[in-house]
Design a protein around this ligand. Structure first.
Ligand code: KMH
Ligand code: ZN
Length: 308
């Protein structure tokens, strides 16, 4: 088996500050936790921006630029910027940070879908900021829009024009079909890095059978041209990632995907989750890839070609 890529998704746009005091949203905290996660073994850092005062997911390129230079100076991990942003943003807003920073990697969500966060609001008693509760409850009538035209736009703007490669986020089998379609159109080229996403309400559930089925389909659609990684939102984060590692896949952890380190116990940092998954995958005999090994495995343009 190849060396294993650990991605850490440091803050995301799903969890809100009231849910955990350890969720970073100020630029210095995002940077510090990202660097610590890289030191712990994450070769790739998946990043979103947040408003530094309220923690609200932000589409402002300036907010990305408040932490990206610090991360670039503090570690050599691959920076992977979200183009998913948050489902309340337009596609242009979602692309603003990546267009400005020209990272080596971007996320790309392979289909429109429901992305229902409102059950989390029902579990929260107290709120630190006014935006949090309506942000979550409003997802009962919100579509996370990623049409074929949107996908083509991101592939052209970030891929063809700016040399980024992608974390293709697939939440269902249909997203693999769409990815194959874009490979057939020549807009997606190997090596194709696919993130199987489990446990989002609106996407596939975090179940072993689903992972086996996604891998079987991806083998059929992409043969030797792809690598897969697994992220599972919520409590299945570590078990599903460990299963992926045992199947020769790669893993993603981080507070974007789960706030916990064990049942009922909040993770105190992103690095704590990276340390945990690292021990699990090393226990399975997998060796962790360095950032430069990740660059070679994924065909990245190089850290000297980013704009931060
Ligand atoms: N929050 C994850 C479930 C993106 O940033 O493009 C999906 C995600 C989306 O990471
Ligand atoms: Zn994300």
């Amino acid at each position: 088996m190849s060396k294993i890529l650990i991605t850490c998704a440091v803050t995301g746009s799903i969890h809100t500050p009231s849910m955990s005091p350890y969720l970073p949203y100020k630029p210095q905290d995002i940077a510090a936790q990202a660097i610590d996660a890289a030191t712990a073994g994450a070769a790739i850092l998946h990043l979103h921006a947040r408003d530094p005062d309220t923690g609200r997911p932000s589409a402002d390129a300036a907010h990305f630029m408040e932490f990206l230079p610090t991360i670039g100076a503090g570690c050599d991990a691959v920076v992977n910027l979200s183009t998913g942003g948050s489902a309340v943003m337009t596609l242009d807003q979602r692309l603003a940070g990546a267009m400005r920073a020209e990272p080596e990697m971007c996320s790309l969500n392979m289909g429109s879908m429901n992305f229902a966060l409102y059950p989390m609001a029902a579990r929260q008693a107290d709120w630190r900021f006014d935006w949090e509760e309506p942000f979550l409850t409003g997802t009962d009538d919100l579509v996370f829009k990623n049409t074929p035209r949107d996908i083509a736009h991101v592939l052209r703007e970030m891929g063809e024009k700016r040399g980024a490669r992608f974390e293709f986020e697939c939440y269902d089998t249909g997203h693999l079909t769409m990815l194959r379609h874009f490979a057939d159109r020549g807009l997606v080229k190997p090596p194709i890095f696919i993130q199987f996403v489990f446990g989002v309400l609106g996407g596939m559930a975090a179940e072993a059978e689903n992972l086996i089925h996604m891998k079987r389909l991806a083998d059929r659609y992409f043969g030797d041209d792809y690598l897969f990684s697994v992220l599972a939102a919520g409590r299945a984060q570590m078990p599903m990632a460990t299963m992926a590692a045992g199947m020769g896949g790669h893993v993603r952890v981080g507070l974007e995907d789960s706030l916990f380190i064990a049942r009922g116990k909040l993770a105190r940092s992103n690095a704590e989750q990276v340390e945990k998954i690292r021990a699990l995958v090393e226990g399975l005999g997998r060796e962790v890839a360095s950032p430069d090994e990740a660059r070679a495995m994924l065909g990245l343009k190089g850290v000297d070609k980013v704009a931060f």
